[in-house]
Ligand binder design. Structure first.
Ligand SMILES: Nc1nc2c(c(=O)[nH]1)N[C@H]1C(S)=C(S)[C@@H](COP(=O)(O)OP(=O)(O)OC[C@H]3O[C@@H](n4cnc5c(N)ncnc54)[C@H](O)[C@@H]3O)O[C@H]1N2
Ligand code: MOO
Ligand SMILES: [Mg+2]
Length: 421
């Protein structure tokens, strides 16, 4: 008798996975090894930025009041007493009738209260004097100490992703080394006697293994370190030994294929032989309804049994494995962003379960638009080319029409702290 599985909701399945997240330990890495990592410490400003008042232009530091009567007919002449570049500090202070030639980024000399740009002055006497033909306002063109950020400000919270901009901030505050979470090592195994390696020619009955390569990329995008262990044939004992052997080398394991109720779908038996607790093996969603997640109580390691069908495998990863990997690396924004979009085409299929339609969303004139891409079947691979979102059509709904409002989960967004459908 075939096993009858009871589906649980997507939300419930997500919470079960999240309840089993194993947070990775922290490590200290050099700033340039922190790219795409996740901060394991809050970052505070330990000094003002900029740390001193400075010139935002190449020009002259002056006392603004000296120009109060300056005009085209009646220019004021100032004596240039020194020149400083960025990194220098003026030896002199600016007195009335004086100016210091100053370059962008140099500290504002004492006495000066405005900067006048090079283009505005007329230089005389080999640059020893300058003429100004207009009134310069007090505090014109000064980049003030602390205008970027003030000492003591909380700039980044633990759990923030390290981006190029974050690295600029880390460097500003002297973080030659940064505390981040270790990347989880995610094992990947493809199962199925029909699978050929990507380099092998097609032979009758066989197909090339596309899922493993897709998952390697998805793991990288989620911040994990993929470790690919190759393909296993549909043989229970060999597959069991194969899975068992790699478990000690990974923080979590993803398999593809063999999770449904077929005669050669051995993952359920493998979980049993391993003593794993199955968190769920049927989810009320399409594609990916057979996505299975199991947990090893002894080691705390989680096993993602993604479906063999390429689109089901993709969706199962994005909804469950991706957020798990991000959460285990301490990332706050672990879930896919959710936006409201207008459907650009009819989608007449009814939705007995929540449907996650591979779609392309665009942002035009202030609104999101969502267009389904390719054939909406689990075994389709080419629909994954153009998909940048999963459009969510709730279970129990009839078809949708062009112009209807739908939700879409962004595949390349910044992520969200909450999972919401
Ligand atoms: N009687 C039932 N049959 C099926 C059910 C069901 O509920 N009752 N569920 C269907 C659904 S839904 C899906 S999805 C698939 C899931 O199958 P499995 O996860 O067990 O995966 P396999 O049987 O191993 O393979 C399914 C399909 O995918 C191809 N495949 C497998 N691995 C790869 C790979 N690495 N790269 C590319 N393609 C792969 C495989 O050749 C099969 O065509 O089960 C339905 N059946
Ligand atoms: O996992 Mo299946 O995708 O529901 O077609
Ligand atoms: Mg199967």
């Amino acid at each position: 008798m075939v096993e009858r599985r009871k589906p649980i909701s997507v939300q419930e399945a997500v919470s079960k996975v999240m309840n089993h997240v194993h947070l990775m330990p922290e490590e200290i890495v050099s700033i340039d090894d922190s790219d795409d990592g996740v901060l394991a410490e809050d970052i505070y400003a330990d000094h003002d930025v900029p740390p001193f008042n400075r010139s935002p232009y190449d020009g002259f530091a002056i006392i603004a009041e000296d120009t109060s009567h300056a005009s085209r007919e009646n220019p004021v002449t100032l004596e240039v007493i020194e020149e400083i570049g960025a990194g220098d500090v003026a030896q002199n202070s600016v007195g009335h009738g004086q100016a210091i030639r100053i370059m962008t980024g140099a500290a504002l000399p004492k006495g000066a209260n405005a900067i006048v740009m090079l283009e505005i002055v007329h230089e005389k006497n080999d640059g020893k004097k300058i003429e100004i033909k207009r009134h310069i306002k007090k505090f014109d063109n000064i980049s003030w100490q602390g205008e970027d950020t003030e000492k003591g400000a909380l700039l980044l919270e633990k759990g923030h992703h390290v981006t190029p901009g974050v690295k600029a901030v880390l460097a500003t505050f002297g973080y030659a080394k940064v505390k981040v979470y270790k990347q989880p090592v995610i094992g990947i195994i493809a199962t199925g006697s029909e699978l050929l390696n990507v380099s092998e020619p097609l032979v009758p009955g066989k197909i090339r293994n596309s899922n493993a390569h897709m998952i390697i990329s998805q793991v990288k995008q989620a911040g994990g370190m993929p470790k690919y262990f190759g393909q296993l044939k549909d043989d229970l004992e060999q597959s069991f030994q194969g899975v068992k052997k790699v478990l000690s080398e990974v923080d979590a394991l993803i398999t593809t294929g063999g999770v449904s109720v077929g005669d050669f779908d051995y993952l359920p038996d493998i979980y049993q032989k391993l003593g794993a607790e199955v968190l769920f093996n049927k989810v009320g969603m399409r594609p990916g309804s057979v996505t299975t997640v199991a947990y090893l109580p002894d080691s705390g390691k989680i096993l993602f049994g993604l479906s063999g069908n390429p689109s089901s495998c993709f969706v199962g990863f994005e909804l469950f494995a991706g957020p798990y990997i991000k959460a285990s690396q301490g990332l706050n924004n672990k879930f896919l962003d959710n936006v409201e979009a207008t459907l650009t085409h009819d989608f007449p299929k009814p939705n007995p379960f929540n449907r996650f339609v591979r779609s392309r969303v665009t942002f035009e004139n202030g609104y999101w638009h969502s267009q389904p891409v390719g054939l909406d079947k689990s075994n389709i691979v080419t629909s994954l080319i153009g998909a940048n979102a999963l459009m969510v059509l709730p279970g129990g709904t009839r078809g949708y029409q062009k112009g209807d409002k739908v939700k879409a989960l962004l595949l390349n967004g910044e992520g969200s702290e909450q999972f919401c459908l």
